[in-house]
Design a protein around this ligand. Sequence first.
Ligand code: SAJ
Length: 434
Amino acid sequence: MVSSAAAGAFDERVAARQAKLGIVGLGYAGLPLAMLFAEVGFDVTGIDLDESRVRAVSEGRSYLVDVSAERYDGVDGRLRATTDYGRVAELDAVTICVPTPLSKTRTPDISYVVAAAEAVARHLRDGQLVVLQSTTYPGTTEDIVLPILERSGREVGVDFFLGYAPERVDPGNKDWSIRNTPKLVAGVTDECRRRTEALYRPIVETIVPVSSPAVAETAKLHENTFRAVNIALANELALMCDRLGISVWEVIEAAKTKPFAFLAHYPGPGLGGDCIPVVPHFLAWRLREYGYSAQLIDAAHEVNAHMPVYVVQKIADALNDSGKPIKGSRLLLLGVAYKADVHDTRESPSLEVMRRLLERSGEVRYCDPWVPDLELGDVRHESVPWGRDAVTWADCVVLLTPHRAFVDSAVWEAAKLVVDTRNVVPPGPNVHSI
Ligand code: SAJ
């Protein structure tokens, strides 16, 4: 049993900002968290195996949209970075924020979580709190991380403490930050949860304790699965409205007038990002171990994965009206990032559209102010500048990512033919919408 004195001492060190904090993984979730802890007065050690990230943090250089170079000036050296896990031994609390990608066979790859837990375990000290933030399948904290940490012979809830608190970071979101986004918090024992709550209290306005890590792990997956399934529903609505000969965009706008029990999602060329296309498969994979098949998740994946095929068919149909095949036609793709006004192309459906058009011998160029160049297969492509020249070159312009630069542009009237997958191009006889 933990003495109340020891519990009190931890809370006091946190409340007094004397606790030494560590963040493992300085990516889009870890670095903003490390910076925020430093800004409220903690001494923070960031640990990352990527030496370029460690150098950037040490030199106060920004490499994430949410952490500008100016923020380093404000923390007076309280945020340091290292590749040395040995520094864990000096810390009171360590938060693990490493990636959890999908493997090629669409199963969860938690190798980064395991490696981080093993490295922390090698330097674990009595009284330390370890918190996992990575998005992962239910059972990871208690069935994978806990046994690794207990190998040291220490007992959880007595000699060390283990919590789970999923990240809800939305890079670039100006409305929702770490501070004002409610934070789910769980612990392997009550004292684990209590200490995890104490850790986040100085930086998060609303802490939501839940009864177990599995509840928090599953809630996070449910949040993103909700989004993927509703996007798939919007995409299926587009396929249905195409057959009905009505505008899916007008249907959604009409449905949106219902003031309750409706949350609009919109069709597009498919599902991109390292989050929404990935996370639902963690849940489906885990439930298969219980003999349960998550039909909605699998069906949503099929619908979302079909959208690039549908967009290519719309392009072929639009060109056909002008008596042109895809083969040999000049095709300008607008936007390869997975969503508006980001640099990120991970899982971007634009790349699948581009690949399919190249396969059909289209002459393909892309324009994306946020992505100057990209590798597709073993070919390097460079973005062409946005403007009338780019548009007049093309037999067909395809709007895939609604970057601000494309939305309010007068360039559209120069286009011979447009396929618009995001409902941002002014309507016209030469504009085909999905
Ligand atoms: N998309 C659609 N139709 C929609 C919404 C999105 O086709 O109605 C597409 C986007 O184009 C993109 C993909 O889905 O390719 C994912 O878009 P996203 O807006 O969900 O963006 P993400 O991947 O950055 O998701 C993050 C998530 N945040 C966290 O997990 C903490 C997600 O839960 C947020 O809802 C989302 O940001 C957000 O709202 O910005």
